[in-house]
Write a protein that binds this ligand. Structure first.
Ligand SMILES: [Zn+2]
Length: 255
């Protein structure tokens, strides 16, 4: 095969396969940035930190309660006198209502994380609204209040969803993942190293005390939280909750 023939073939290969693949990559990257990135504000205000110069962070947990890990985290936080913010799917609260009630009584803040955590439910405004209302009914039943904070499952936003969330008097909240592989439970030192690197004044640091609202072993996360709070305390950081960093009430009264 001559040089020019193989060059032609290479060119065809590039045009037919590589270029579209690259284009698809750019598209997927842009879609991720627009709809799922913790940092993108393109669809509206989606805070991942509060405005403060103080060395204060909010430790947050998604996808619980999930036992025994959520209670282990609660007892660890009690040892250090730290209040955290727990974004809980309604379906998980129904599984362990007493755990959510204990967190609430201990002064932790409970935020809504919708109801089912099923990805397909967050692709349409109508089903997002149903999920918000279904979760509200669970919080009303077990806590007697409605959360003001709402973290969209998967951090997924679609056009109009942030405005719709606000129309329910909910504040959409993002957060910085403690470690990109936390869901696979790498060793606690790695998770903690990631979490500590995200600490800056006002940061919302995101851990998972459950996985996809289905439970799962979170033992490494529990250990990582201990390492993280010890390191941050030694670095002069204090801990607060997301509502305080945003300067809003943690709960809405019942309708
Ligand atoms: Zn989640």
């Amino acid at each position: 095969m001559g040089y020019s023939t193989s060059c032609q073939k290479g060119g065809t290969l590039y045009r037919k396969f590589i270029l579209p693949l690259g284009g698809a990559g750019v598209c997927i990257g842009s879609l991720y940035w627009l709809c799922m990135s913790p940092y993108s504000q393109l669809q509206g205000d989606f805070p991942y930190h509060g405005d403060t110069d103080e060395r204060l962070v909010a430790i947050t947990f998604d996808d619980g309660p999930n036992q025994p890990y959520t209670s282990q985290i609660a007892s660890l936080l009690a040892d250090y006198d730290i209040k955290a913010t727990f974004f809980q799917p309604g379906a998980c609260v129904e599984r362990y209502p007493e755990v959510t009630q204990e967190l609430f009584s201990a002064g932790h803040v409970i935020g809504s994380h919708a109801y089912s955590h099923r990805f397909g439910k967050y692709l349409h405004l109508k089903s997002i609204q149903q999920e918000i209302e279904q979760a509200d009914a669970v919080f009303a039943k077990y806590l007697g209040v409605l959360p003001s904070l709402y973290r969209p499952p998967w951090l997924l936003r679609i056009p109009g969803s942030l405005a719709m969330i606000r129309s329910h008097l909910l504040q959409p909240v993002s957060g910085e993942f403690c470690h990109s592989l936390e869901i696979f439970q790498p060793n606690p030192a790695r998770i903690a190293r990631g979490a500590v690197s995200k600490a800056k004044p006002g940061a919302f640091i995101l851990f998972h005390d459950g996985f996809d609202a289905k439970g799962g072993n979170r033992a490494q996360t529990v250990k990582a939280v201990k390492i993280t709070v010890e390191r941050l305390s030694n670095a002069g950081y204090g801990f607060t909750t997301v509502d305080k960093l945003l300067g809003i009430p943690a709960y809405r009264p019942l309708h």
